[in-house]
Ligand binder design. Sequence first.
Ligand code: ATP
Ligand code: MG
Length: 351
Amino acid sequence: GLSAAQVRSAKLEELISQDPTQFRVLTGDRPTGRLHLGHYFGTLHNRVRLQNLGVDLFVLIADYQVLTDRDIADNLAEHVEDLTLDYLAIGVDPARSTIFTHSAVPALNQLLLPFLSLVSVAELNRNPTVKDEIAHSRQAAVSGLMFTYPAHQAADILFCKANLVPVGQDQLPHLELTRTIARRFNDRYGTVFPQPDALLSNAPLLLGTDGTKMSKSRGNSIALAATADETARLLKGAKTDSERHIAYDPIARPEVASLLLLAALCQQQESGQQRTPERVAAEIGAAGAAALKKTVTESVNEYLAPIRARRAEYAKDRAQLHQILRTGNERAIDIANATLAQVRTAMKGAY
Ligand code: ATP
Ligand code: MG
């Protein structure tokens, strides 16, 4: 069955198609590696689609958030470039949209202080996504930043008054917190912020090759920028199950279902024809897991070929990448300063 968030997303799609100019989107990624297929079908594809409908799009490279679960931000400059290249390759248009980094926008980060005062420790403690990330973290001790980053994300979204956030399923608790913070701020100090909605895609939780959430830092992902051979090798090693016959059953057979969904999404994008995972499963049937992996590999490689080619083109011009970030940062800084001034006025200069 559909979750409440999926029902809400369908309703939002209706509103977007009626008037895209009513929406401002902010969403982002941690610069901890290259973007992967989970990002693509969970959120990136929606970002570009919304941009192309005329929605104002902000894409945040969340560099401060890297420190939630590691001591130092390894290879930060390289990861920031990688993310920027991935965005450009999939079609984020810097002439229409704003790509920027956390650390370049101090006024945005200043919102964290009043926002933290609006949430309780118990609320932060209850967050299921943070709990899951702590369980997967390599660090023994949980940092204060790990504990509070969902409030930081509220600042990311609210500084530019975004009202729509295309995300994967793991972000739903964070969006709920953002709405709570916006509501409490407005109730206490007067209305400054919208209450943003999460927008889910039809692949809100793509699994990685080990059968858990595909994540940059879990070594289970297929990067958009991977070569066709790497993609084939990774998918060959993907976890499936011992049942011979391929069928689409997301509850009982999540790994196989996720691969079927991936094939269907790539084939649909490529052909423009409606493709369902059930249909892909029916076509494979008794041919089994090896045939499934072959289909997925071909579909992914075919679909990503032009994206990979565009990425390689953009990678030739580092100066252009840096210019795109500088321009994005300047725009974000202006907006953040204006919002912070409003917040100060609302709080009667108390902050
Ligand atoms: P890290 O391991 O560093 O946390 P990550 O792969 O989880 O990286 P994030 O930068 O945390 O990626 O997430 C960026 C966005 O991509 C979020 O909106 C998140 O919901 C979405 N996303 C990440 N992984 C998936 C996935 N497997 N399926 C669907 N959406 C995903
Ligand atoms: Mg993550």
